[in-house]
Design a protein around this ligand. Structure first.
Ligand code: NAP
Length: 252
């Protein structure tokens, strides 16, 4: 498929890693549907792309809502063309030790990361199968390997890896690859909230986390965007079902 006709959907792309991924894919020549809960917030990322000469639209949708998901994928197909690249990036944390973890916080995290990825993928893969080509990139995390106080998030991020491998097996015959990018500590709003929650000043938190990372620095959103770009590339078609840790070391 020629690069010019490729269309991507990036979820949770109003800020942070998703915004960086959306911008990077636009630089790579893709038209990008920037999806986030709040369409006005997504518009800021879409405008950044269009003002840099790219093609983008903004979509407001909750990835855990099947009706909103289908409407977003339909709108992307109508306005930009068949979405053949999907980046399932939307995510939340609701951290607590198991003994204080509420059912609501369990459900919310599982819904966004896992149900969201499944709903988005199910809607988008129809276009990929019809096109005989597709790239699915799911955001996992080093937390998939276990992390105190994150039973819900850890379970979701490990589940994303299993989902990805299954998508690779089921969809490979249609020219579709599915891979995971699993970041370590990345500077973003999500990690700022964690620092606030545990009461550590942000600069101190970043410094402490960086000390424990083999390359001795915190990750940036562009570090993740670069890995996503590799998996989304047309030349990466023989790489599928993989998990790439982007963590400044084997894991942090
Ligand atoms: P972030 O700054 O909190 O951004 C997440 C974005 O997702 C926000 O714009 C958020 O919108 C949106 N979102 C949340 N729930 C949604 C839903 N139901 N439907 C649509 N959009 C939704 O997080 P980030 O740090 O960029 O993380 C992006 C992804 O990378 C997540 O999957 C995260 O788990 C993963 N990750 C991050 C790190 C890290 O260190 N930052 C490490 C490993 C993995 P609202 O603002 O409206 O909530």
């Amino acid at each position: 498929m020629p690069e010019a006709s490729r269309v991507a959907i990036v979820t949770g792309a109003a800020r942070g890693i998703g915004a960086a991924v959306a911008l990077r894919l636009a630089y790579d020549g893709l038209a990008v549907a920037v999806l986030d809960l709040d369409e006005a917030a997504a518009t800021v990322s879409a405008d950044a792309i269009t003002s840099a000469g790219g093609v983008a639209i903004a979509l407001g949708a909750d990835v855990a809502d099947p009706t909103a998901v289908q409407a977003s994928v339909d709108r992307t197909a109508d306005e930009l063309g068949a979405p053949t690249v999907l980046v399932n990036n939307a995510g939340i944390t609701r951290d607590n030790l198991l003994i204080t973890l509420t059912e609501n916080d369990w459900d919310a995290v599982i819904d966004v990361h896992l149900k969201g990825a499944v709903l988005m993928t199910r809607a988008a893969q129809a276009h990929m199968v019809e096109s005989g080509w597709g790239r699915i990139v799911n955001l996992s995390s080093t937390s998939a390997l276990g992390n105190r106080g994150q039973a819900n998030y850890v379970t979701a991020k490990a589940g994303v890896q299993g989902l990805t491998k299954t998508l690779a097996l089921e969809l490979g015959r249609f020219g579709i690859t599915a891979n995971c990018v699993a970041p370590g500590f990345i500077v973003s709003e999500m990690t700022r909230v964690t620092a606030d929650r545990i009461g550590t000043p942000w600069a101190q938190y970043v410094h402490d986390r960086a000390q424990a990372i083999p390359v001795q620095r915190a990750g940036e959103v562009d570090d993740v965007a670069n890995a996503v770009s590799f998996f989304a590339d047309a030349r990466s078609g023989f790489v599928s079902g993989q998990v790439l840790y982007v963590a400044g070391g084997p894991r942090t």
